[in-house]
Design a protein around this ligand. Structure first.
Ligand SMILES: O=P(O)(O)OC[C@@]1(O)O[C@H](CO)[C@@H](O)[C@@H]1O
Length: 384
């Protein structure tokens, strides 16, 4: 189990450096009132070597977190599982800025300014242009390009501080496991049709626009009869997509150049007819792994032809947030998942599985930070 208590480790740097810096960034995002400022001060002190305190009893999800949090409350942030510590940190940050409170700050996304800046930025302009150009290429080639664009969109992770490149990101692949062909095979319709494809979204902005273009392609070309896009029910990990971000992205596509406007319009209509459904299950902001997901979500995902997982955090939750030897086979680790799986993921944390031994030896010999740098990527599949 990955924890933050190893000096020099990646999780430790997230808990000791990234989280305090994030509190600072949130303060600069909106002119929060004195109550929110005091709560942010207290959170900053607590994460700096203090003991974890539970949510206040009046919080709507106090009971749920009390259950998930047992037995971590009262321990140091560095000593509890990393996935739990990160998830609870984001929940506490929302509490500090009164996101769920009864007052006027209710519902304000503390990360909205950085998300909106990215959506208006050059990276998204370049992606929209590239999506327009892609429309003239053969459908088969387009699917591969869109899968890669959706993968590379994951560079636009605002918690990671990565500088998103432009366009489809085709030159950035860095694939250390390439099961794109198997992914395309899984997306081929069966004798009874294509069925429902679940897309487990990650970041908003550039990544989400690429995901939406992929979803449009799946619907237009009969590779999905219906798509369910699973987003976060609340702001999380800075740039993770919530429902409002989907709306902004669809509008950005609708007002985009040339053929991208058609993508936006088709998605708008698909949402209106439930060919594209949006879901924001509480599980997605929980500290749980997919092996522990609640029965209603499991039943829903079991009915899907394919589940497409985006990004690093979803990968950690899929295989378990553990220091697996990097050669541990991927498929048996995700055998718990109730549908076939495609994972599109840049390597941004210590969790890695399914790599050939030669690749691990090469990466270990040449790069100290290959697991976390985001320079490498995997497309992995399981199930049939
Ligand atoms: O899921 P994403 O957006 O690809 O990545 C989220 C992420 O930046 O957050 C964690 C650190 O906070 C890392 O595990 C991971 O790299």
């Amino acid at each position: 189990m990955i924890r933050g208590n190893i000096p020099g480790s990646f999780p430790r740097s997230v808990l000791e450096e990234r989280h305090p810096a994030l509190i600072d960034r949130v303060r600069r995002s909106f002119p929060y009132g004195a109550e929110q400022q005091r709560a942010l001060d207290a959170l900053l002190i607590e994460i700096d070597g203090g003991d974890i305190t539970p949510l206040p009893e009046e919080a709507h999800d106090h009971e749920r977190w009390a259950e998930w949090g047992y037995p971590h409350h009262g321990r140091r942030w560095l000593d509890v599982p990393f996935l739990w510590a990160e998830s609870f940190f984001y929940r506490r940050l929302l509490e500090a800025v009164s996101h769920f409170g009864p007052g006027p700050w209710r519902g304000l996304d503390p990360f909205a300014p950085v998300k909106h800046a990215e959506l208006r930025g050059e990276g998204v302009d370049a992606l929209l242009e590239a999506l327009h150009d892609l429309g003239s290429r053969p459908a088969e080639e387009r699917l591969r390009a869109l899968l890669l664009a959706s993968l590379q969109g994951n560079r636009a992770d605002l918690s990671f501080g990565m500088v998103p490149g432009g366009g489809l990101g085709e030159g950035e692949a860095g694939l250390v496991v390439d099961e794109l062909t198997a992914a395309r095979d899984l997306l081929e319709p069966g004798p009874e049709g294509a069925g429902t494809v679940a897309v487990i979204a990650d970041n908003s902005g550039r990544e989400l626009i690429a995901d939406l273009a992929l979803i449009d392609h799946l619907l237009v070309h009969g590779l999905a009869d219906r798509v369910v896009l699973h987003v976060k029910p609340a702001p999380y990990y800075v740039s993770d997509a919530v429902l409002a971000d989907v709306m902004h992205a669809v509008r950005r596509l609708s007002f985009g150049p040339g053929r991208t406007a058609g993508i936006g319009e088709r998605l708008w209509e698909a949402i209106g007819t439930d060919r594209l459904s949006l879901s924001a299950h509480p599980f997605f902001c929980s500290p749980l792994t997919f092996a522990e997901m609640p029965a209603d979500l499991r039943t829903e995902l079991a009915g899907c032809a394919v589940s497409l997982f985006k990004g690093d955090l979803n990968y950690r939750r899929l295989v378990g947030d553990r220091l697996w030897p990097a050669t541990t086979p991927f498929a048996p680790l995700v055998a718990h998942f109730p549908s076939p799986v495609v994972a599109l993921r840049l390597l941004k944390s210590d969790v890695v599985t399914g790599l050939p031994v030669g690749t691990v030896n090469r990466l270990t010999a040449t790069e100290d930070d290959w697991r976390i740098s985001g320079a490498h990527a995997v497309v992995q599949t399981a199930g049939s």
